[in-house]
Design a protein around this ligand. Structure first.
Ligand code: RM4
Ligand code: MN
Ligand code: MN
Length: 429
């Protein structure tokens, strides 16, 4: 499909530039009064990146139903095309996190160059041992890496090794493991032995980690297991990452905690212990809702970035988190959700860069709680929208990605080019 993206982006710019430049000048003066250089801040906004999940460009679903949208990608190449549109407009999502086997290419080299031609990389592989695949010898119904049966564990280990071999061909540099292992009934599991088995399996995975790679382990409180999970919280994740070795790290998915958990505290501790590997950004109201990042609790997202930016500015040794989105788009056009979410994550990052850290430290030293909060709120309430738009513009992206996307009629055209397959089921993605 040929869409004149550059022309659409320019049209949008012409329409919005007067108001945008006005807002930007105002922001520059406002920040100037606080001793902040707007250009330096914009450079940080431009350098920010967050990866998109290959599984996020299709409509998600719940265990009740999935309501597919028009023009859904039918294969991994079409998924890359969609990711390209997102990055074309927002310019901060040049990397893709790939789910195997959902998006396993027959020809990895072809996929890698297909992505590279679009300015995209495939930086992280994600294994899937939470469902069975056709022709698989052993079922994961009762677990995978922590299964009681060594043959099942071996199969799950082999799948992870396969993901990493594939990832090397794709140019990936990290492997991410999330398992659905756990129990639905008290007594179903010997919880200590299950964790021992999980760690034993992960040692084999870690041992096969390619040179220069990192291993991310992702904890989750519940679902699909509703009573207990093997890697249930960040403490267990930290323990396992430490047991495994220096290239193993904990990955924080926003939706995987108990309600009201102070996620910024979790983040701060993992930074402090040198084990923060990365993020799966999303938002939630009740549980692992996988709603769009920044849509429910933007202040929480900001507070997480407050910890991240503090670590970045302090040059904390080994601090190099990888940012990814991981959401389920059930009622929106997935590409619109991905664009908005990426920009919301970037907004939180930029706002956190505005925190007057010297003032905050002084308030903390004096135990001046109200002024400490005020320092954070000053940064959080600063409207950096015009700066984000200018950062996009500087990188060839759209001032208003949603407006340009809608003007392009991309989705309407896709629905003709990608007719829906006859049968579509429920499920996560
Ligand atoms: C899980 C977890 C994983 C994701 C799957 C689809 O809840 O968040 O990261 O790969 O969902
Ligand atoms: Mn996740
Ligand atoms: Mn999840």
């Amino acid at each position: 499909m040929t869409i004149a993206w550059d022309a659409l982006i320019d049209d949008d710019w012409r329409r919005s530039q007067e108001a945008l430049l006005d807002d930007y000048d105002h922001l520059a003066r406002q920040l100037g009064r606080r001793g902040i250089d707007v250009r330096a801040l914009q450079a940080r906004a431009e350098a920010f990146v967050v990866a998109v999940p290959s599984w996020g460009v299709a409509t998600g679903g719940t265990r009740f139903a999935r309501f597919p949208g028009p023009g859904e990608p039918r294969n991994v190449f079409e998924k890359i095309d969609d990711c390209h549109v997102v990055n074309r407009l927002v310019r901060i999502t040049p990397d893709i996190s790939l789910h195997i086997p959902w998006d396993e290419p027959d020809d990895p080299a072809a996929l890698r160059s297909f992505a590279a031609e679009r300015g995209l990389t495939l930086g992280t592989t994600n294994s899937n041992t939470f469902e069975d695949q056709p022709g698989q010898a052993h079922s994961y119904k009762f677990g995978s890496l922590s299964h009681t049966d060594a043959a099942v564990r071996e199969q799950a280990i082999a799948h992870n090794l396969h993901c990493m071999e594939l990832g090397v061909k794709l140019g990936a540099t990290a492997h991410s493991v999330w398992i659905g292992d756990g129990g639905n009934f008290p007594g179903q599991h010997d919880v200590r032995r299950a964790l021992d088995r999980y760690l034993g399996s992960l040692r084999a995975v870690y041992g096969a980690l390619p040179d220069g790679w990192r291993l991310f382990i992702e904890h989750k409180l519940y679902e699909p297991a509703f009573y207990s999970t093997v890697l249930n919280d960040w403490g267990v994740s930290y323990h396992c990452a430490r047991e495994l070795g220096p290239r193993a790290f904990s990955l924080v998915d926003f939706g995987h905690h108990a309600p009201n958990v102070n996620i910024e505290m979790v983040v701060a501790r993992l930074i402090q212990f040198g084990k923060l590997g990365g993020f799966h950004f999303n938002d939630s109201q009740y549980g692992d809702d996988d709603l769009d990042a920044g849509s429910i609790k933007p202040f929480q997202l900001f507070l997480v970035f407050n910890e991240l930016v503090a670590a970045e500015e302090e040059d904390v040794a080994g601090f190099d988190p990888r940012y990814m989105l991981d959401q389920s788009h059930n009622v929106t056009d997935p590409l619109e959700s991905l664009m908005v979410s990426a920009m919301e994550v970037q907004r939180a990052y930029v706002q956190a860069c505005l925190v007057d850290r010297a003032a905050l430290a002084a308030h903390q030293e004096r135990n001046d709680a109200i002024m400490a909060l005020a320092a954070l709120k000053q940064a959080f309430t600063t409207d950096v929208s015009s700066l984000l738009a200018m950062a996009r513009r500087a990188k060839g992206g759209a001032a208003n990605p949603l407006a340009v996307y809608r003007a392009s009629q991309y989705r309407a055209r896709l629905s003709k080019e990608r007719p829906a397959p006859p049968k579509r089921g429920a499920g996560i993605v």
